[in-house]
Design a protein around this ligand. Sequence first.
Ligand SMILES: Cc1ncc(C[n+]2csc(CCOP(=O)(O)OP(=O)(O)O)c2C)c(N)n1
Ligand SMILES: [Mg+2]
Length: 370
Amino acid sequence: MAGRTKTQSKNPTAAPSHNGAMHAFTPEPGDFRRYFESGHTHESVGISEETLLDMYRNMLLQRRFEERAAQMYGRQKIAGFLHLYIGQEAVSVGSVWGTRPDDPIITAYRDHGLALARGMSADSGMAELYGKIGGCSRGKGGSMHFFDAEKHFYGGHGIVGGQIPVGVGMAFAMKYKETGGCCLTYFGDGAINQGAFHEAANLASLYKLPVLLIVENNEYAMGTAVHRASAEPDLYKHAYAYNMTGAIVDGMDLFEVYHAIQELADEAREGKPALVEVRTYRYRGHSMSDPQKYRTKEELESKKDEDPILRVKKYILDNGLGTIEQLDEMDESVKAEVMAAVEFAESSPFPEIETMYEDIYTQSDYPFLV
Ligand SMILES: Cc1ncc(C[n+]2csc(CCOP(=O)(O)OP(=O)(O)O)c2C)c(N)n1
Ligand SMILES: [Mg+2]
């Protein structure tokens, strides 16, 4: 190596860039936010009593809808995959209530909770699970492909991580059209090591897009615990590689999620996207066919103490915002709504076989489908 010397900088925190200019190293990670144990009340985050009861009702609706769906799956009324969101309801309700009704939502296959939070009717959701015409995707999507463009709910995607670049693309369109919206792009912990996440995160930051990359860390991807699959199990830290805000949020706490997503979405609208790791837990198996041998009963039971619905219920009761009779009555009305949805789904017809190639994207001159 005679004649070659290593380039030495006088400033240890600076390095030459490709064009010879100096730019500083960042010795500390970038913008980090922690939304845990903030001691929030509904008032401190700006939620009215009436809204809190609406939020609680929607969490219950998600829970009862899925419990009934699981039962109907057992009776073979529902075919294909069924991934339940039970345990994650504070994430859907907190984030949807914390943002605008026309902020687009895109998520993975565990999509019932977010769809119901965004205002999809139980009828429309249940009929979709049954594969019936009255479903949100006319019975052709099933559990993994809930969709409601009018409500700005863009699926329901089965390829792990596949929806992330699509969400970032929607954010690009919103920036281009100056809509002022923020795309809420959800995915699981299992998606974070997909190339799609990294490519999309890079562009989101580089182009300063109005997007939140919300990783719902429910501790498992199928049967694999996060620490067994991720060299960096603190998923929010991936934000630093892309020079964007990294946030960690208590996903079992409704107020934390609401506050975090509201604050971060408003920053994203101004061109400051964020990676938001929401720590949550799924109480059911990955899908209906999961024997759950990868976790102990003790672990599952201990997590049930954190049940996001019971937490809100206790808050309402402790603060005199509702009585147990009122909450029981609400639960009964939710159960009745779900039973009516089952009846709706039962009576809705299956799509005709002739409609199989309708509602799909085709290129008429492409030889494969003709
Ligand atoms: C690209 C791709 N690889 C593998 C699968 C199979 N698969 C389906 S779900 C899943 C686990 C994903 O877990 P996570 O992202 O944590 O979401 P969660 O199920 O916990 O909501 C895998 C590996 C897939 N659907 N797509
Ligand atoms: Mg997961």
